[in-house]
Design a protein around this ligand. Sequence first.
Ligand SMILES: [Zn+2]
Ligand SMILES: [Zn+2]
Length: 137
Amino acid sequence: MAPFEAIYRVGRDILERLVNPLRADEQISQFTLSVPEAQTTTVDSVQGERFRPPAVFRCPNCDADIHQQQPLSDADCPKCYRTFDQWTTDDLELVRMTCPRCESEMKHGRRHPKVFDGPEWASCPSCQYHWDLDHWF
Ligand SMILES: [Zn+2]
Ligand SMILES: [Zn+2]
């Protein structure tokens, strides 16, 4: 990991800890309500690790993008052919998550950075598709 990446990660963790963990949800619902078209559109919301949207991770070995279509499957690096299982991908740097409905890049985040390494929620800014890990209910 390059030094600036480490600094970025630490800064981001501190920021996330300062922000009330529930803020992300509030922002999403407020955003949804403030968009008039959203009321006529079905808002998809799915929970559970099995339904996590397709994600792209950074290969720690060669910096290539690793596409993981299924959250509970292995992911192979297309460049150096290293294989990462479903548990190792949580330790990889998440580059982006893709909306399974409209293929937009999703916003994503964590609510408990000390507990989970992977993303805990993702929300599509285009079609309001929302995914939640839902470990806490
Ligand atoms: Zn690689
Ligand atoms: Zn979408």
